[in-house]
Design a protein around this ligand. Sequence first.
Ligand code: HEC
Length: 146
Amino acid sequence: MTRIVLPTAMALIGLGTLAIAHTGVSNPAVLARMESMTETQDNTKVLGAMVKGERDFDVMAARAAAAEIARHAKQTPDLFRIKEMDPKTEALPAIWEDFDDFTAKSKSLEDVATSLAASLETEDQLRAGLGQIGAACKACHKSYRE
Ligand code: HEC
């Protein structure tokens, strides 16, 4: 799959430009959680591209992307439950010091994405929803990702 870098969309949700470093990850559990995050990001970019007008607004495609974000967020606690490490990981040990909070932050993302997938009709709702999604990513990354 071609990875399209959309700096504007990513800057919009405050993630900055990310160097994806899957190469050389030897722990399959770490790879699985990274891949889930990458798919989350790919779906977030779909929403970002629509908000930026780089892609036509399409309610069904936007709802589908939001549903995928929710699906991955629901899986996040299980993907991280066991403290798996790898030299390439960006996960901070704090995750396992307060796993309840980590779970709550996954749930916040799941909730905003689920509600967007169910109720999205207009571009304004998409813009607001993407803002909430971006804030939920950021809230977790700030505490739990290098
Ligand atoms: C509950 C916490 C949490 C939430 C919510 C969260 N992330 Fe993450 N994310 C992490 C952690 C922890 C890592 C580091 C994983 C690792 O390197 O092992 C990560 C890593 C990533 C990565 C890098 C993956 C890689 O290949 O190394 C991307 C991209 C990413 N997240 C995007 C997102 C986006 C976009 C959202 C919101 C739509 C989001 N994340 C929401 C915790 C979270």
